[in-house]
Structure formats: structure tokens, C-alpha cells
Write a protein that binds this ligand. Sequence first.
Ligand SMILES: NC(=O)c1ccc[n+]([C@@H]2O[C@H](COP(=O)([O-])OP(=O)(O)OC[C@H]3O[C@@H](n4cnc5c(N)ncnc54)[C@H](OP(=O)(O)O)[C@@H]3O)[C@@H](O)[C@H]2O)c1
Length: 340
Amino acid sequence: MKALGYTQKGAISEPSSVVEFETDQPTPGAGDLLVEVLGVSVNPVDVKVRANRRPPGDAPRILGFDAAGIVRQTGAAVKGFKPGDAVFYAGEFTRPGSNAAFQVVDERLVGRKPNSLGFAEAAALPLTSITAWEILFDCFRVAEGGGAGDAVLIIGGAGGVGSILIQLAKQLTGLTVIATASRDDTRAWVTKMGADHVIDHHKPLDAQVADLGLHPRYVASLNQTGRHFAAIVELIQPRGHISLIDDPQGIDITAIKLKALTLSWEFMFARSMFQTDDMQAQGDLLGRVSALVDEGRLVTTANRHLGPLTGDSLRAALTEQDSGAAIGKIVLDGLGNAAG
Ligand SMILES: NC(=O)c1ccc[n+]([C@@H]2O[C@H](COP(=O)([O-])OP(=O)(O)OC[C@H]3O[C@@H](n4cnc5c(N)ncnc54)[C@H](OP(=O)(O)O)[C@@H]3O)[C@@H](O)[C@H]2O)c1
């Protein structure tokens, strides 16, 4: 089958960061689905892994986490899916990814693709929806339908995670949503996603939140947490909760003591990386997201469609993702479209 991988760690501009090659089609294990990949999206993790991790062994490592496609074969123990089902998922950190014509994935991590979306538009959603859902319901522990009277500040609102977190908070909770965005385009985007208030992350966050007359109980710090941490501690309520997902340098956690804050670190690959007993929660939540899309309550966060997946289009998508200025998600048709 066709696949795209990388052979040496380094910047996206390096020739070795995206190489096209042929490899054997994978065989599903007992609990796996073999999926023909028909849509993918890119994430910051695709860039970070290429930059920092040498591929193990001699073969190129296939990356790509978000995918949508059609189940072509199921492992002997698979219960929830059958060949022909349309699915979407974010896969696992440690297995070959979706930048290939076919991929195997644990059925517990998979949801049914929304019927109302094409494959590329659906592939925008899994990784960021899992992250946003786990922040809202596992970290903050807001109850579905709860949160009225409280506010959440979402820093980095127009990024992939922010775009779906705003929607989930507005659709499934009563929280007031303050999102940050610094440009006209990103301000318009977070408003379209449903934010009640928009402030600028390049200006002091604490003063802007105070001007709104709000006192957030929750802060989802999705980007540049190190830069924003002091302001977050200043603006959040005592006994509030900060959840972060990026890799900040040198934050001082003693700063959270006086307000008795909770700090959590969401990592959406943790469940699959450690094969936790509740891995099925990710497949289940993707099923909920899919139903909410088909009910018209959530919209895809796909904002740029770069056409069929090729070495050149993947490099272009990763370069755009690496700019730090992405709005929503960058999606492509999967290599499965070119299979055979
Ligand atoms: N732990 C996990 O499970 C997990 C999961 C997903 C992502 N992540 C990580 O989370 C981070 C965000 O991911 P993403 O996919 O949402 O990123 P993204 O799509 O690349 O985010 C782009 C957005 O970042 C905003 N931004 C730029 N400078 C900022 C600043 N100083 N403060 C706040 N926002 C700023 C931009 O808004 P403006 O253009 O308006 O400035 C832009 O819309 C990445 O580091 C990613 O690796 C972690």
C-alpha cells in the first residue's frame, strides 16, 4: 500500500520529514479494525514528533492521528463494527498512523463517522474532540447540562482544540464561554463557534476578564500556558480549576496554593498509551460527537481542505499547522482514495 512517513527527526522543511513509500498492508489484531483511510487532518503533534523523535528502526515512521474511513476487515474479537462501516478516530501514539492507504486501530478508540459530513470534514474532529471532552468532563468534571452561573476561559480559542471546546461547552453545559483570539479572522471564527465573549491573548488577560465583570471558575489553557500562567492565577476564582494541554517551560505551581486551585494536565493519548480499562470511553465520546454533528448541534472545525493527501500536500498542511496561526483544522482526502 501507499504510505507517507518520515525518516529522520527535523524540521518540516527537511526532505526527510515527508517521504512517500510502499509498505505491506497491516493485519488487524483480535480487537482491531482494518480501515481504508479516506480523510485525515493534521495536528501540532505531527510536527512535534517529526521535530523531536528519531524514528525507531530503518523503515520510515508513518504518522497521522486523525482519520475517517471505511472498515474493510475486523479482528476476531471485534464486537461493535463490521466491514463497510464508516468510522472516525484519532488512533494511538505508538502505532502506525493514518498517512497510509490502510490503518489498523483498536475498536475501543473508534466512533461512527457523522453521516452528514464527508470523510475529510469528519477527520477534523476526533483528536481535538477527545481532548476537549476530557478537559470539560474528566478534568473540570462539569456535569452535562450543568455549569450555569460559571464561566470558562478558553485560551487559544480559534485553534483546533479551542474550536470544538467552545462548541461542546455551549452545547452540553450552561457555562459562559470567554475565548481568546488576536486577529479579526480568529475573532470572527470563535464567535462563529459560539463564544459569548472574545478577548485578546496578546493583551493582559486578567484586566480584560475583569472588564467583562466575570470571574471564571475554569480555565482551559490550550496555547502558550507559560506566558499566560500568572494572569490565569490572577483572574481565576479561588478553588477554581486550570487544565492545560501544551508543554510549558518553567511554570511555578506554588502560585496556585493561595487560591487552592486545581491544575490538571490533559493528554488524550494517555488512555491508549497505558491501555487503561476505560479506553472505550474515547470510542463512546466520539459516538456522542458524531450524533451531535448529525443533529446539527456541532459543526465540523475543518476550515482548510488541501485536496488529496500527497507528499507535497502533507508538507504544506504541516507547514501551515506549524505557523501557530491555524484557524480550526486543516484537512485532506486520505491516501485510501488513491489505493489500488
Ligand atoms: N495534551 C493533549 O492531549 C493535546 C491535544 C491536542 C493538542 N495539544 C497541544 O495543544 C496545543 C494547541 O493545539 P491546537 O491544535 O489547538 O493548536 P493550533 O490549532 O495550532 O492553535 C492555533 C491557534 O493558536 C492561537 N495562538 C497563537 N498565539 C497564541 C498565544 N500567545 N496565546 C494563545 N493562543 C495563541 C492562534 O490564535 P490567533 O491567531 O488569534 O493569535 C491560533 O488560532 C499544541 O501545543 C498541541 O500540541 C495537546
